[in-house]
Design a binder for this molecule. Sequence first.
Ligand code: SF4
Length: 228
Amino acid sequence: MPRDEEPAYPGGAGARPRDDLEPGHTYPELPERPSLGAYREAAAHCRACDLWKTGTQTVFGEGKREARVVFVGEQPGDQEDRAGRPFVGPAGRVLDEALAEAGIDRETVYVTNAVKHFKWRAAGKRRLHEKPNRREVAACRLWLDAELAILRPQVVVCLGATAAQALIAPAFRVTRERGKLIDSPLAPHVIATVHPSSILRAPEETREDEMRSFVADLKVVAKVIRSL
Ligand code: SF4
C-alpha cells in the first residue's frame, strides 16, 4: 500500500475537519487523494480562523516526504509569512545552527508549525508576533494532522510551549520537561524543547547558555536518529 494511502498515525485524529468552527469560518475542500502537495494546495485556501485575513499566505511545512523527523514550531514569523516558507527567518537560522551543532542534517528533517498563518499586531511599521489562541491552534490542527498522517515520522520534536501543549498535553511545561523522551501516540519518539526564537529573546548574558541547552536537547534527538 503506498504510504499516502496508509492510515493516520496511531492515536492521531488524521486529517479530519472540526465541526465546531466559529460562524463564517470554513475549511476548503480536502483532497480526495491525500499527499503533502495536495494538502499544501488545499491549505492555501483555508478560512478556518481569522488569521488568513492578516497573514500574507498559508505557510505549510517543508521537507522531504521520506523525513523521519518532524519539527513543529508555533507559527510562521514575519519573514516566513513573506517568503511562504517555514523557519527561514532569524529563528530558523538559530535552528539551523543548533541542528548543525547537534549533528542533525537539516536536509533530512521536515519543519512545520502548529498554526500556518502569521499572527501579528502593528507597532509602527513593524509587525510584532502575537501568540495564537487556543481556537486558532485547534482550527489549524487539521493541517498538522494531515502532515503527520502522511509523513508518519519516527520522531516528533515540539519547539516551544504552543506546539508541545497542542500535541502532547495542554498542561505540558517545556521548562520542566524539555529534552526528555515522552510516551505519546504521535510517534515512537516524542520530545519537546524551547522554540529557537526564545534564544533570540534571551538576555545577552544568558543567550550562550540557552543555546547550549537547546543544542543539548537536540543531541537527544540526534541520538534517537542514530538508533533508528
Ligand atoms: S491559521 Fe490555520 S486554520 Fe487559520 S486560516 Fe490559516 S491555515 Fe486556516
